[in-house]
Design a protein. Structure first.
Length: 146
């Protein structure tokens, strides 16, 4: 986490909360049952993780698009839309397959992040943040997959 600006780091970590909450409601059935009644099923596993994961993949497309605006080529624009399209086309067919596809989407996004960083299109600290966040996100889906 060294060298990551405090704002992106704190906001990135805060963005993990719905993923972690979903994992907890999957791992702890009593918590999941309470949350289902108190908050509605929308805010429990698997729904919170699947809907929020789709939103975040789309959001990350927007982040990459923002990086692309500083380049003189169409290539970063084309790469930037892949996560949103992945979420649109690949999330569905039941919670397990959707979770697997979201994991694949986040791992694919990490490859795009790496490409953007390698090309100098992203800030120098970008990969340190993205590896941390992606690792937690992928781990949060394991209760839905296993």
């Amino acid at each position: 986490m060294h060298g990551i600006p405090k704002g992106p780091l704190l906001l990135g970590l805060a963005g993990l909360l719905p993923f972690l909450w979903g994992a907890l409601t999957a791992l702890l059935p009593d918590l999941g049952a309470w949350a289902n009644v108190a908050l509605s099923g929308r805010f429990t596993a698997p729904f919170v993780q699947l809907s929020y994961g789709s939103v975040i993949l789309s959001f990350m497309s927007g982040v990459l698009w923002g990086f692309a605006t500083r380049q003189g080529s169409w290539v970063p624009y084309a790469l930037s839309v892949i996560p949103a399209l992945w979420a649109f086309f690949m999330v569905g067919g039941g919670p397990t397959s959707a979770a697997v596809n979201l994991c694949a989407g986040f791992l694919g996004l990490l490859l795009l992040d790496w490409q953007f960083a390698k090309q100098g299109w992203a800030p120098e600290w970008w990969m340190r943040l993205r590896v941390l966040l992606t690792g937690v996100v992928v781990l949060s889906y394991l209760p839905l997959i296993l």
